[in-house]
Design a protein around this ligand. Structure first.
Ligand code: NAP
Length: 483
């Protein structure tokens, strides 16, 4: 019997949204509209253009399995290259005609078997299926520093870099020591006259050897795709075994090795005991999202660089006043202060069966069955949704695994085997209970504050090995779904 025609909406044209369009089309669904509030595709790679931006997940893992890229310049490629790669995939895989750029979805309402999507421009369109690919680290977090508005110089968030602001020869202060600030430090110190990094909490830093691929290597990848596939397999396995599996078992041997490597990195690179003491965390490596950098320690020891560990008291017209009474005079302040990580699809208003509101369901924090489906929100699926593998993972790889799973549910909708499919309340609750219990053995709860932790102090992440993620996502358990 022929599949019934279904219309699908994808919300967001970042790495996951582009993937969703490709996979929906591959399954014969040609009526696909991808809404993107920005004016370009790329999501995080469009929004983040700060100096030094790169992906600290190996590029040949941080790329689509069906679109290998022999041209990546380095093991860990710069952000611009990733953006260009995504633009190319968008063209090569026919995603472009499905895009509605600059079109923000404000509201989604389910009634009579269809989702009605309402955009900021006031358009309303109906779809049988909605894929939310709205990203995780998406809404910049701007702490309310007293006096920030009085600052005479320029100030902006790292994810909203103001490229009109001159940096050469100026005094620049960066607030934060997350992955972003560490990358900025390496790229900026040599460009500015004076650089200050405002650290609230020190970070463990994993060394990174980021040599470029030679022309010969790239030619081999081009001519012998099986070699590139082998490299990808190798990187995926090594990464899963040595990192992803380590962080979910705080007692693991691999984690001890990561800690040893980070400590040796610090002690090998920073010889001044006072600076080293300031840079040495008092919590376990990978408790916070592990920072990876080959140049941070050298950069922060440059004569024009300073690590500021006194707390920020307030900001005034001339700069940042710390609680030791000192005024740090600055021309530019960069807020590398992270993201509101619990937003996901919000602030979109989403109403499921019987007018059930997502805002209410998520009032105590985002929750979903296996990150992809929510009870009473039929035919709405999420990529990189709540409590999935986050952090030092390839979110492209994670989204591919989730999308393959979602497509098995979508095929039931296409064939007519299901009209409305959504996880049961019971399946979601049971999954949550197991997840919360398993999170107790992870390194994330060993005594640090991080964006992984929700308001209750529970890691909002996948707390099991990556192999379990693959296993569970291999085939939907239909008993967990109402359809
Ligand atoms: P982040 O890890 O959340 O770091 C924010 C930083 O700002 C922290 O050092 C935090 O200090 C500091 N901060 C926040 N509020 C502050 C306040 N009121 N006063 C002083 N300091 C304050 O954010 P991020 O560096 O943008 O990174 C977010 C995530 O993006 C990363 O963890 C990673 O997953 C991803 N990312 C990935 C890459 C990559 O290469 N793949 C690169 C960049 C970012 P505390 O530590 O004390 O809270």
């Amino acid at each position: 019997m022929a599949d019934r025609p279904v219309r699908a909406a994808v919300i967001g044209a970042g790495v996951a949204g582009i993937l969703a369009v490709i996979e929906l089309r591959k399954a014969g669904i040609s009526n696909v509209v991808c809404y993107e509030k920005g004016d370009r595709i790329g999501g995080t790679w469009r929004d983040n253009s700060y100096p030094g931006i790169a992906c600290d997940v190996p590029s040949h893992v941080y790329s689509y399995s069906f679109a290998p890229n022999p041209e990546f310049s380095r093991m860990f490629s710069p952000g611009q290259e990733i953006q260009e790669y995504l633009e190319r995939v968008t063209d090569d895989y026919g995603v472009r005609p499905h895009l509605r750029l600059g079109d923000e979805v404000k509201r989604a309402t389910f009634a009579n078997g269809v989702w009605s999507l309402e955009t900021a421009a006031g358009d309303v369109d109906d779809y049988e299926i909605v894929i939310a690919a709205t990203g995780v680290l998406h809404h910049p977090k701007q702490p309310a520093f007293d006096g920030l508005d009085d600052f005479r110089g320029d100030v902006f968030h790292s994810a909203r870099w103001n490229h009109d602001v001159e940096l050469e020869g100026r005094r620049v202060g960066v607030i934060g020591t997350g992955s972003t600030a560490i990358q900025i430090t390496g790229a900026l110190v040599d460009r500015v006259s004076h650089y200050e990094l405002f650290q609230r909490t020190p970070q463990w830093v994993m060394p990174m050897d980021n040599r470029p691929f030679s022309d010969d290597q790239k030619a081999t990848f081009r001519d012998r795709p099986e070699q590139l596939e082998e490299l990808r397999d190798f990187l995926e396995t090594t990464f899963a075994e040595n990192f992803a599996d380590a962080v979910v078992d705080a007692e693991s041997e691999q984690l001890a090795q990561i800690e040893e490597t980070c400590r040796a990195h610090l002690y090998g690179q920073v010889l001044d005991p006072a600076l080293r003491a300031q840079l040495e965390p008092d919590y376990r490596a990978a408790c916070k999202r592990l920072v990876v950098s080959g140049d941070f320690y050298q950069a922060i020891q440059q004569p024009n660089a300073e690590l500021v560990t006194s707390s920020i008291e307030h900001i005034e017209p001339g700069g940042i006043r710390t609680d030791d009474g000192r005024l740090h005079e600055l021309d530019v302040i960069v807020l590398a202060t992270g993201f509101e990580v619990d937003r996901f699809m919000r602030p979109m208003e989403i109403f499921g069966l019987g007018g059930r509101s997502l805002a209410d369901v998520w009032a105590d924090g985002p929750v979903a069955y296996l990150s992809v489906s929510m009870p009473e929100f039929p035919n709405l699926f999420m990529l990189n949704g709540p409590n999935g593998p986050v952090g030092n993972f390839s979110l492209i790889q994670v989204a591919e695994i989730q999308m393959a799973y979602i497509m098995k549910l979508v095929s039931r909708l296409q064939s007519g085997a299901s009209q409305e499919i959504h996880a049961t309340e019971r399946a979601m609750r049971e999954h949550e209970e197991l997840r919360i219990e398993a999170a107790k053995s992870t390194v994330w709860v060993t005594g640090c504050n991080s964006w992984y932790l929700d308001d209750r102090g529970i890691p909002a992440a996948w707390p099991w090995k990556f192999s379990r993620f693959r296993e569970v996502m291999a085939e939907p358990d239909l008993a967990a779904y109402q359809s």
